[in-house]
Write a protein that binds this ligand. Structure first.
Ligand code: ADP
Ligand code: MG
Length: 385
């Protein structure tokens, strides 16, 4: 581990008030948590602190409510209920930032995004959070790219600030790809658009041996190569960027592989060159997914973000499914991130076959850009001072 930060293992926890920033930004329907992957991922840190005899306080955001206005659909109450089931331990729910009573061992605060000053990283709010604890633990990898009061400010003001086990696990998994991958390193990037992923693509091209591109973003690259992408989703204003990225790949000996055939409306498979102006490209074609799968077989390290087609519609799911299967069957070290990519893996029952699934969406992509995330930077600074 190259990071110069303290972790939960480095500090005495007995009798301490330990405030953990979690990423409990989970899907909730009718007052019930419907996907608890992020809650389960947070359990080791909570259990470690409880077992060591700490009083444990948890905080998180959920969705994007307007600050200062309570809305039940953004309440973390259903998360407290799910936590109680998973931990078999009672969880007090605090609607305000109150101090933890002596008799309480585990509590969850209400959504920090209801608090005025959270997203602005208000020093007053950060200080108020820091006052609640003896030790602050950052374990919300999925929120580590945000410089908010509950992720960065509180770490500055808390007497001690350390990284939790989930944050360390995420960083270790991503560093295994970014810093010391076994080659060939193969990257798969899909999803709707390239615009939000330019920096990530830039960084991935410099480290990958092969880059497979699918999804809507492939259309912009195909357009950059002069193909007619018809009525497909694509970003004309990003074509110059796509051309630059193709050049960059040549300089770095990274093979960018684009679809040779595609699935268009009604599930018809055809070569890219045959797409007409009224047609939409909605998935990678059969030849393409076979070629991608063959390359995946030879990789030693695999990184994947973004579905290769509109997988929510069964007519356009085959490409993503075939790639998921190929990664699942490969013996390479594989890391997958991105909300919809993980949904696809779960849908096809391949999630357990990946080496590591990141809990971060935006944070995952930003980490891959090669920049240190603000919530990690502040922990480093803390350790140096
Ligand atoms: P993630 O959430 O895993 O980071 P993205 O948000 O980048 O992934 O992209 C997922 C979206 O991309 C999905 O909604 C999917 O329908 C869409 N998508 C994939 N391929 C295409 C395509 N060919 N045309 C339009 N949208 C696509
Ligand atoms: Mg998404």
């Amino acid at each position: 581990m190259t990071l110069n930060i303290l972790t939960l293992n480095d500090v005495p926890l007995y009798g301490k008030r330990v405030l953990i920033r979690e990423d409990f930004n989970v899907a909730i329907e009718d007052g019930k948590v419907i996907n608890d992957m992020r809650i389960r991922a947070a359990l080791p840190g909570i259990q470690q602190a409880l077992a060591a005899g700490a009083q444990v306080l948890l905080m998180s955001h959920l969705g994007r409510p307007e600050a200062g206005i309570y809305q039940e659909k953004f309440s973390l109450k259903p998360v407290a209920a799910r936590l109680e089931e998973l931990l078999q331990h009672s969880v007090s729910f605090f609607s305000k930032l109150q101090p933890i009573p002596k008799t309480c061992s585990l509590a969850l605060y209400e959504n920090v995004r209801f608090l005025v000053g959270e997203t602005e990283n208000s020093p007053a709010l950060a200080q108020e959070m820091a006052n609640l604890c003896d030790i602050f633990v950052m374990d919300a990898f999925g929120s580590a790219h945000r410089a908010h009061a509950s992720t960065v400010g509180v770490a500055e003001f808390a007497p001690i600030a350390v990284a939790g086990p989930l944050l360390m696990q995420e960083v270790t998994a991503l560093d295994r790809i970014m810093r010391h991958p076994q080659h060939p390193l193969l990257t798969i990037v899909g999803g709707a658009k390239i615009s939000g992923k330019i920096q990530t693509l830039h960084s991935l091209i410099t480290i990958s041996d092969t880059l497979l591109i699918g999804g809507g973003m492939a259309n912009t690259f195909l357009a950059a190569q002069g193909f007619n992408v018809g009525a497909s989703l694509y970003e004309p204003d990003q074509v110059p960027r796509a051309i630059e990225l193709l050049k960059l790949a040549q300089q770095h000996s990274c093979d960018i592989i684009l679809p040779q055939d595609v699935v268009i409306n009604e599930g018809i498979n055809k070569p890219v060159a045959a797409v007409t102006s009224t047609e939409q490209i909605l998935d990678i074609g059969i030849k393409t997914s076979a070629a991608f799968a063959a390359l995946i077989q030879h990789a030693k390290t695999i990184l994947w973000n973004g579905p290769l087609g509109v997988f929510a519609d069964p007519r356009y799911a085959a490409g993503t499914k075939k790639i998921a299967q190929a990664v699942a069957e490969s013996s390479a070290y594989s890391v997958v991130g991105g909300g919809e990519t993980i949904t696809a893996l779960e849908q096809f029952n391949y999630a357990d076959a990946m080496s590591y699934i990141s809990t971060g969406g935006g944070a995952f992509l930003e980490y891959l850009e090669g920049n240190s995330l603000p919530a990690i930077k502040v922990l480093t600074k803390k350790n140096e001072s």
